[in-house]
Design a protein around this ligand. Structure first.
Ligand code: NAD
Length: 256
């Protein structure tokens, strides 16, 4: 028996990184999975490999959501779970951030999460689950990523409100709040064919050895296991909560 037997789950930004690992794990646990992304080639290849459905979806577009949910319902007849995972990051000091860049991050991270819940929840079976991907920076500040942090704080606010509004249909809504995770977002060498991502991973580990109590960067598979917990019956009495997965980074500071 898999933990998600019989359930249909749509995962955004699932062509790579944390979303990819969620898609792999959810399939292994018996779910029928829709891999949604703008990276069509990668998403399609993953979907074929694991026996999932690929849907092209730019999460910032309302029409895109309508079409993606229609395709999932046509293929699988229902939808029980949503993981709003797609996200982008831009580095800039607040005072140097062009409005266009600010709005671009809002459109994907915040509007994407809002549209996902708005479109999917009415189509979702009672007792469904929504997992929103926030961040460590939903709960604290971080210099140079102000736009990103603002959107992730917003994702947490949306999560809490949706949990209250959807509880009557037993739809549970929670947020994962990862710290530093070794994906292309924090390790761009993973996207450079000439770079050695393992070398970059070692450099990240070296950096986080000093910053993070557990002394290393996190792995996307670890976030996937948390998303599985929040999507399965194992979390049946939990809704409206942020789940920090950061190796202890937010616990506080060590002075000696
Ligand atoms: P990633 O860059 O590897 O994956 C992000 C995915 O989102 C990609 O597949 C990308 O194509 C997709 N995407 C981007 N814009 C999209 C759009 N408009 N529509 C649909 N898909 C889109 O990085 P990741 O670490 O796997 O990121 C997953 C989530 O985790 C993001 O929400 C990110 O903000 C969050 N997060 C990441 C970290 C980290 O350190 N990696 C930490 C905290 C939170």
């Amino acid at each position: 028996m898999g933990k998600l037997d019989g359930r249909v789950v749509l995962i955004t930004g699932a062509a790579r990184g944390q979303g990819e690992q969620e898609a792999r794990l959810f399939r292994a646990e018996g779910a029928r999975v829709a891999v949604a992304d703008v990276l069509d080639e990668q998403g399609q290849a993953l979907a074929e490999e694991i026996g999932a459905l690929y849907v092209h979806l730019d999460v910032g577009t309302e029409d895109g959501w309508r079409e993606a949910v229609g395709a999932v319902r046509q293929a699988y007849g229902r939808i029980d779970g949503l993981v709003n995972n797609a996200g982008i990051l831009r580095f800039n000091a607040l005072v140097d951030t062009p409005l266009e860049e600010f709005m671009q991050v809002v459109q994907v991270n915040q509007v994407g999460c809002f549209l996902g819940m708005k479109t999917v929840a009415p189509q979702m079976a009672d007792g469904g689950t929504i997992v929103n991907t926030a961040s460590y920076t939903a709960l604290t500040g971080m210099a140079a990523v102000g736009t990103y942090a603002a959107t992730k704080h917003a994702v947490l606010g949306l999560t809490r409100v949706a949990a209250l509004e959807l509880a009557g249909r037993r739809i549970r809504v929670n947020a994962v709040c990862p710290g530093a995770i070794d994906t292309a977002m924090s390790n761009p060498a993973r996207l450079d064919p000439d770079a050695d991502p393992e070398e970059m991973s070692r450099a990240l580990d070296e950096l986080y050895r000093k910053l993070v109590p557990l002394g290393r960067v996190g792995q996307p598979e670890e976030v996937a296991r948390l998303a599985l917990f929040l999507t399965s019956e194992d979390s049946s009495y939990i809704t409206g909560q942020p789940f920090v997965i950061d190796g202890g980074w937010l616990a506080g500071v060590s002075v000696i």
